[in-house]
Design a protein around this ligand. Structure first.
Ligand code: SF4
Ligand code: SF4
Length: 383
């Protein structure tokens, strides 16, 4: 049996069209070689929201019987290639579809390949990924992570560059010649064909040995099975919150313990506690009730529940008091307020460096300035 399966792990809404372009193009290219295949999303009930990790799949087989067999399952139990189109998801993903954190490489079969779009190097990506007990390859498509909105598609060649790299790391899926033909026919663009060819020529694979990577066990929950569920519908009330860190002053709300949401985040806020004027706007406007009120009236964003929407940055009236920075620069969800309390000078230097770095980077949920999009396309195609 020579079925080949590919999954694309993407950020809901922001990268939905990108993921769809990739899986559809795989199937178009496979058809050029007389193979058959299908592309499909992981979820039929459209639970996508901004940033929530989601999946689409492409499955290619030699004949219909083979394809039927694999499609009789809800989704492939393992894939030859995992494509991750936002490097911050190397830390693991939590979706509407399951509880707990799923390692990014969970479905990647032994000796399969993980393709990641990133400006980071292999070592820093591997540090984030959970360990496996079998080897897999890592191929990096050097790129700023491609985000767009609900109604727009950021056509920066990320789709075709991934397709080119895919043909190099998984030649049994489809040849680069068939892929280039499919891109030309579907997209009608010579520059896109050239981008795919360049990515194919430049693709490299770094072997990740068993045991390399993050040794932590991802968080998980024991949920009641059907037989242990209570009769009737029970909607438990949320308990009242209490003082900051269990003390007398301030306020900390009680939060959902089985859906932490932080893996939806591609960027996170950092707070300048020195310039905060305690206006309360971030606390009032955060859609996920993330802010703990400290005893001295400051606001500490709880990083286990922050989904990275950027509302706090948008509403804060003080310049650079709340700044969304790349999630890739963090390895934990520790309290920024507690860091600041312990070492104010050290915190301020750390925060200033992150803010300066962000200003020089292009990771964004939108576009920094008019014309930025055109600049990014030429930069990507050169990368
Ligand atoms: S980015 Fe800000 S507003 Fe959005 S969830 Fe996180 S703390 Fe709340
Ligand atoms: S919106 Fe800005 S200034 Fe206002 S409380 Fe929040 S961090 Fe402080």
């Amino acid at each position: 049996m020579s079925t080949v399966a590919v999954e694309v792990v993407y950020r809901g809404i922001f990268q939905k069209t990108l993921a769809r372009n990739i899986v559809r193009s795989i199937v178009f290219a496979a058809r050029k070689e007389g193979k058959i295949g299908t592309a499909f999303g992981r979820y039929g009930d459209s639970p996508e929201r901004n940033g929530i990790p989601a999946k689409q799949f492409a499955v290619v087989a030699d004949d219909a019987e083979e394809l039927d067999e694999i499609l009789s399952r809800y989704e492939p139990t393992e894939v030859d290639v995992t494509i991750n189109v936002d490097d911050t998801m190397c830390k693991g993903v939590e979706s509407w579809a399951w509880y707990g954190l799923q390692p990014i490489n969970k479905l990647t079969k032994p000796n399969g390949t993980l393709i990641v779009t990133s400006r980071q190097d292999a070592d820093s990506l591997i540090r984030d990924m959970h360990q496996k007990d079998s080897p897999i390859g890592l191929s990096i498509v050097k790129s700023t992570v491609s985000f767009s909105g609900l109604w727009v598609y950021k056509d920066d060649h990320t789709d075709v560059r991934i397709l080119g790299a895919l043909c190099s790391v998984c030649p049994q899926l489809v040849s680069i010649d068939s892929m280039l033909q499919a891109i030309q026919e579907q997209m009608g663009s010579e520059t896109k064909v050239a981008s795919a060819q360049k990515a194919y020529d430049n693709a490299t694979v770094r072997l990740i040995e068993p045991g390399e990577g993050n040794p932590e066990v991802p968080y998980s929950f024991d949920l009641p099975g059907w037989k242990t569920m209570e009769e009737a519908v029970v909607i438990r009330g949320i308990k009242a919150g209490g003082g900051f860190r269990g003390g007398e002053g301030g306020y900390e709300p009680v939060r959902n313990s089985v859906f932490k949401k932080f893996s939806t985040r591609s960027m996170r806020p950092v707070i300048n506690f020195e310039t905060c004027i305690k206006c309360t706007l971030c606390w009032l406007q955060c859609p996920d009730t993330c802010f703990d009120v400290t005893p001295d009236g400051l606001y500490d964003a709880n990083m286990e529940s922050c989904c990275g929407c950027g509302v706090c940055e948008a509403v804060c009236p003080v310049p650079d008091c709340v700044t969304m920075v790349s999630e890739a620069d963090f390895e934990d969800n520790n309290s920024q307020y507690e860091m600041w309390q312990k070492d104010k000078e050290g915190y301020n230097q750390w925060m200033t460096a992150l803010v300066d770095k962000q200003k020089a980077e292009t990771r964004t949920h939108g576009f920094h300035h008019v014309g930025g999009y055109a600049e990014e396309i030429s930069e990507m195609t050169e990368a």
